[in-house]
Design a protein around this ligand. Structure first.
Ligand SMILES: [Zn+2]
Length: 59
């Protein structure tokens, strides 16, 4: 994998378009999408995994 070309797995923006990219569990998300996912699954782990629509939506 290339380390210098990272982009959000959800919105597809690259590191130049966003404030920050967070790589979590093999999925790279921008700060906006990461915050969205964290808010969605942070409180209730029993939420339907709809937000994990990345390449690692295998869980
Ligand atoms: Zn994003």
């Amino acid at each position: 994998m290339a380390y210098d070309i990272l982009y959000c797995a959800l919105c597809g923006k690259n590191y130049n378009d966003v404030n920050k990219l967070i790589t979590d569990d093999d999925v790279t998300l921008c700060d906006v999408c990461y915050d969205f996912c964290a808010a969605a699954k942070g409180d209730e782990e029993t939420n339907p995994p709809e937000v994990r629509s990345g390449p690692a939506a295998d869980r």
